[in-house]
Design a protein. Structure first.
Length: 280
């Protein structure tokens, strides 16, 4: 009898949390936990605290030497150009989660080590008037873009602004254009190929006068090559036929398209940014 009373007193003196840890959620089965298993659980749980911590982002304070405005990474073109007009299709899908605009910022930072670089945020839809202007007889792209940049940078006060926008390049041998960033299936049957394209332009604005710097010849050459060159020859642009998405919506979830697009864009960004930094 004395032993029973002692056991009851001992159990009642245990911490409530120890008892609670032994309970399982309704509908689950509790398995006995051995000391070895408990140690294993602790070891597996420990890294969660480390990975759960937020990674520190580059500081956005202090004098801004280069402000980056990237408006190239929100849409991806899924395009077919057939042997006849009936084989032509074009659909643009949203790809914000691919992080292409953040990739732009990262590549500029990598190329301009020691220079304070700041990403300039802007409201969604800010570039719509530039990309889809009202129909008019004559258009001055630079003036329209300057107006948008002035609007975005009213309180930024950066020495210069690197502004990235997309354009529609001409597909050689056709009257079809390739808008911005996307994937193309060109031709039919054995005479077809699948390629990526990344058509963008970098303009550098003075932070005070908003005058646009003269484009380096290396950057201009890259633009012309993108407009009139043959796709599918460069390993960075060439894809297999099965990489073309079965439907435009499937493109968003394709890791192949995402990763190859990021690699192609990074390579071309490095060339364009280096050309501007070299002429300084």
């Amino acid at each position: 009898m004395v032993r029973v009373v002692f056991a009851a007193i001992f159990l009642s003196s245990l911490p409530i949390s120890s008892f609670a840890q032994g309970q399982s959620a309704p509908g689950t089965t509790t398995q006995p936990v051995t000391p070895a298993a408990a140690t294993s659980i602790v070891k597996k749980a420990a890294p969660k605290t480390k990975t759960g911590a937020k990674q520190s982002a580059p500081a956005e304070s202090g004098p801004c030497q280069i402000g980056i405005i990237s408006a190239i990474g929100d849409k991806f073109a899924v395009q077919k150009v057939g042997l006849t007009v009936f084989g032509n299709e074009l659909t643009e899908v949203p790809i914000d989660r691919w992080g292409l605009d953040d990739l732009v910022v990262a590549r500029v930072r990598a190329a301009s080590s020691g220079v304070h670089v700041r990403k300039i945020a802007y409201a969604k839809g800010t570039f719509e008037p530039y990309y889809r202007p009202p129909t008019r007889l004559f258009r001055n792209d630079d003036e329209e873009l300057t107006a948008v940049v002035r609007q975005i940078t009213t309180s930024s006060n950066c020495a210069r602004y690197f502004v990235f926008t997309t354009y529609a390049a001409q597909l050689q041998g056709t009257n079809q254009s390739l808008p911005g960033i996307g994937v193309l299936h060109h031709g039919s049957g054995p005479f077809s190929n699948t390629s990526l394209f990344a058509n963008f332009v970098l303009r550098v604005f003075d932070g005070q006068s908003f005058a646009i710097a003269k484009r380096p010849s290396a950057d201009l050459g890259a633009v012309l090559a993108g407009s009139f060159g043959r796709l599918g020859q460069d390993p960075l642009t060439k894809l297999e036929a099965e990489d073309f998405p079965a439907s435009p919506a499937d493109a968003v979830a394709s890791s192949t398209l995402r990763d190859h697009t990021r690699a192609l864009l990074a390579a071309r960004l490095d060339k364009a940014v280096a050309a501007y930094l070299k002429q300084e």
